[in-house]
Design a binder for this molecule. Structure first.
Ligand SMILES: *Cc1c(COP(=O)(O)O)cnc(C)c1O
Length: 367
């Protein structure tokens, strides 16, 4: 298989061990053997999130947006504040609008920093019960202050909902320390598995509060999915682990392998170090070729960085993309307000030599 290097912000480049982990004997997901795989995956994800026994992991077949949808439609039963400084904050608002939730948006400049004083000022009015924010705003590559937002939620008694879709397993944090009640992520970003599995890590006490709440969605019902997986059949102490409906069976085997790979790499801290090294290599090379970062370095996530195109670039984005794609590299267009920019993501199973190879090919194409 030809190795492709993906610099788009997910799905990320995967290892061969993850790809081949999908090749397993056919199995019915109602078998106890598969339930065991599910339980292994869930406990691995909980470990990565730094979650104690008061948290549970709920899995769905779907992309990341499925679990954003699941949490907002299942868990919000009061006024919601959406903190929005980019496209994914905007997505929370769109989902809230689709379900006709009682919500308010606290908007910050597209890809600007979140002003915590304004967040606190809003929470002081005491009518907000739920706060939704995005950890890594992948659009701009800005890391938002989730720990501080978590503290504010605790102080003002709000349920804290966080999209950690593109930071989970790439940026060290713990759900406990950040006071997260509902956290969501997906299989195809920094965990470096294949697309198709989305998951929520939630405080069990908060999940249990949803038991008798009105349902707004059938398939993505968070409580029902949790309750189904945790129900016990004879001889099992841990619950069946199963999903209500057919899960992406083979993708879950690949996710299990990706969790093993992460542990072998040395955990999230070690992965973050590799990503950071790749980020410095990549951004230094891009700057040398005339690309200018749209934000100051202190705001960068070190996972995805947005650049203005060089002034003297003779190709348009599509031509640049096509030339690089032919050589095995995928880049991704973006817009920041009315400015054309390029996002370069260094998440995934990428190593310094991949970055050097990309930069050499980019230079050749530009010339
Ligand atoms: C990728 C991503 C999502 C989910 O996108 P899908 O296309 O549904 O997988 C949500 N939030 C953030 C911050 C993301 O980076």
């Amino acid at each position: 298989m030809q190795r492709k290097i993906l610099l788009n912000p997910g799905p990320a480049t995967t290892s061969d061990s993850v790809k081949y982990a999908q090749v397993v004997p056919d199995i019915c997901p109602r078998e106890e053997d598969f339930g065991r795989v599910m339980r292994e995956v869930k406990s691995g994800l909980l470990r990565i999130a730094g979650a104690g026994s008061d948290y549970s992991c709920v899995l769905f077949g779907g992309s990341g947006t499925a679990v954003m949808d699941s949490v907002l439609s299942s868990a919000v039963h009061g006024k919601l504040l959406v903190i929005n400084n980019g496209n994914y904050g905007e997505r929370f608002a769109q989902i809230a609008r689709a379900y006709n939730l009682d919500f308010e948006e606290l908007k910050f400049d597209i890809s600007g920093e979140i002003d915590l004083a304004r967040v606190e000022e809003r929470l002081k009015k005491r009518d907000i019960g739920y706060v939704a924010s995005v950890h890594h705003e992948t659009t701009s590559g800005i890391l938002n202050p989730v720990k501080e937002i978590g503290n504010l939620c605790q102080k003002h008694g709000c349920v804290n909902i966080v999209d950690t879709i593109s930071s989970f397993a790439g940026v060290p944090f713990s759900v406990q320390d950040c006071n997260m009640d509902f956290m969501m992520s997906t299989s195809n970003k920094c965990i470096q598995a294949l697309p198709g599995v989305a998951f929520v890590i939630a405080r069990i006490a908060e999940l249990n509060k949803l038991k008798d709440k009105p349902k707004r969605n059938y398939y993505l019902d968070l409580y029902a999915q949790h309750e189904f997986a945790e129900r016990k059949e004879t001889g099992q102490s841990l619950g069946t682990g199963q999903t209500r409906f057919t899960p992406p069976v083979q993708t879950i085997y690949a996710l299990r392998q990706a969790i093993l790979d992460l542990e072998q790499e040395g955990g999230v801290e070690a992965r973050h170090e590799r990503y950071t090294d790749n980020y410095y290599l990549l951004t230094a090379g891009l700057k040398r070729l005339g690309f200018k970062p749209t934000h100051p370095e202190r705001m960068h996530s070190k996972i995805s960085t947005t650049f203005f195109e060089p002034d003297n670039m003779k190709l348009d984005f599509q031509q640049l993309h096509d030339a690089l794609y032919k050589k095995g590299f995928t880049i991704y267009p973006n817009r920041l307000g009315d400015k054309k920019v390029i996002r370069f993501a260094n998440m995934g199973d990428l190593h310094p030599n991949d970055i050097r190879l990309f930069l050499a090919n980019l230079e050749e194409v530009l010339q």
